[in-house]
Design a protein around this ligand. Sequence first.
Ligand SMILES: [Zn+2]
Ligand SMILES: [Zn+2]
Length: 153
Amino acid sequence: MCARPLSQASLSSVPELPLTGGCLCGGVRFEVTEPLVSASYCHCTRCQRRTGAAASAQARIAEGSLRITAGEELVRSYEPPDGFAKEFCSACGSALWSRDPEDPEVISVRLGAFDADPGIRPAYRQFVTYAAPWEALPDDGLPRYPERHPPSA
Ligand SMILES: [Zn+2]
Ligand SMILES: [Zn+2]
């Protein structure tokens, strides 16, 4: 672990656990107690709507590693008829994480909700077929998937 090439420099700082984060108004605070499992960008229309951005950057967390430390009563869930539930702060509207309705321990936290470097980088882009026409996909070398990346992350 001591001699990493410079290309790894962007990930060289191992974040201290727990990772902490919260919503814009500060009402909801949370911790993630284990290293993040994977991260990606989702360009689907649903993610554009709920984030107001061209894509949602998110990380799958290890099962059982999310703890809400403040404002649990503020967290509301939008449960679409298909797909993951979207949980957000009802006071400020910040997107927090999504949750698999069939397995509530399967959670993806929005990267923007973390206080500091979460120690992971998105590894691919999915649903690029639906990418916003007003923002070109960056030439970042990440694999692009027209639809969902298998297995979903
Ligand atoms: Zn809030
Ligand atoms: Zn999406």
